[in-house]
Write a protein that binds this ligand. Sequence first.
Ligand SMILES: Nc1ncnc2c1ncn2[C@@H]1O[C@H](COP(=O)(O)OP(=O)(O)O)[C@@H](O)[C@H]1O
Ligand SMILES: N[C@@H](CCOP(=O)(O)O)C(=O)O
Length: 293
Amino acid sequence: MFVSVPATSANLGPGFDTLGLAVDLRNEIIIKPSKFLSISTHGEGADNPKIKKNTLFLNIFNENYKRLTKRTDNFRFEFHNRIPISRGLGSSSAVIVASLSAAYEAAGVKYTKREILNQALRYESHPDNITPAVMGGFNVACVENGRVYSKKRRLPDYLKAVVVVPNRTISTAKSRTVLPKMYKKEEAVYSLSRSSYMTALFMSESWDLLRIAAKDKLHQSRRMKMMPELFDVQKLALKHGALMSTLSGSGSTFFSLAYEKDAPKIAQSLRSRFPQYRVLILDLDNYGVITKD
Ligand SMILES: Nc1ncnc2c1ncn2[C@@H]1O[C@H](COP(=O)(O)OP(=O)(O)O)[C@@H](O)[C@H]1O
Ligand SMILES: N[C@@H](CCOP(=O)(O)O)C(=O)O
C-alpha cells in the first residue's frame, strides 16, 4: 500500500487558522503486512532518532487501525520524507493525514476524504493545514462541533509557490503560546476583512489584488520579529513580482505565490541574497492525500 501527502502553507497572512493551500512537495509511505514491526526512514528527519521512530505516525495508525478492526497487526513502514520538519510547511498535519489514510486502507474500511479530515481534527485543532493536506488546492475552513466545514478551490498550473526554507525550526505549538490572548478590535477587523477578501480573490481567480489582501495584524509580524531577516525575504519577493508573500504557517518558511513566468527571477533574487537558505519553486497541488493499493 502507498500513501502520498502534500506539504501545506497555512494562514496565507490574515487567514490565521482558516486559510491554507497545498504544494507539490510530498511525504510518501510504503506499507506492507509483516510478521513484525519494521520502520525505515529516508529524507527529512532520517538522521533524527526521535523522527526516525515516527511515533506520531505509528500512534495514530495503531489507534485507528485497532478502532476499525478491533485487532493489532504488524506492518513494515517505509517513510520517504520530503517535507521539511518544523518549518511551517505542515509536516505534522501531513503525518496525521497520512497515518489516518493508511489506517483506513490497511483496515479495508471504506471512507471519504471528509471522514479523514474530521478524524484529523482530533489530532490538530486548527483546520488550515489538515484541510489542504486532505483535499489539495486552496481551502477556507472553520470548525463547528468537532467537524470541519470547508470549501476548496483548485489552483491553476500557471501559478507557482516560491518558498524560502531557513535551517531554523519553529515548533508550531510553542509559537502559538507567544501570541496575545487578546487583540484590539482594529487588529481583528484588519485581519478578518483581508482574510475574507483573500478568500474571494482565490475563489474568483483575481490574482493581481492578492497583495492588498495578504496583510495581517494577528500573528505574522509578531512571529517574524523572531527572525527579522524574513522581512527582507518578503520585501525582495514582492519587489521581484510576487503576487503575495507571507509567513508559511508558524514559520520559519516564507511562502510567495507567483505567476510561472516570474518565479525563476524571484527565486534567483532570493538565492543570491540568502545563499544559506533553501529556495524552492514548487507546483501547487490540487490532489491532497493519495492512496494506492
Ligand atoms: N516526517 C515526520 N516523521 C515523524 N514525525 C514528524 C514528521 N514531520 C513532523 N513530525 C512531527 O511533527 C512535529 C513538527 O510539527 P510542527 O511543529 O507543527 O511543524 P510544522 O510547522 O512542520 O507543521 C515534529 O517535531 C515531529 O514530532
Ligand atoms: N494556523 C497555524 C498554522 C501552523 O502551520 P505549520 O505549518 O507551522 O504547522 C498557526 O499559525 O499556528
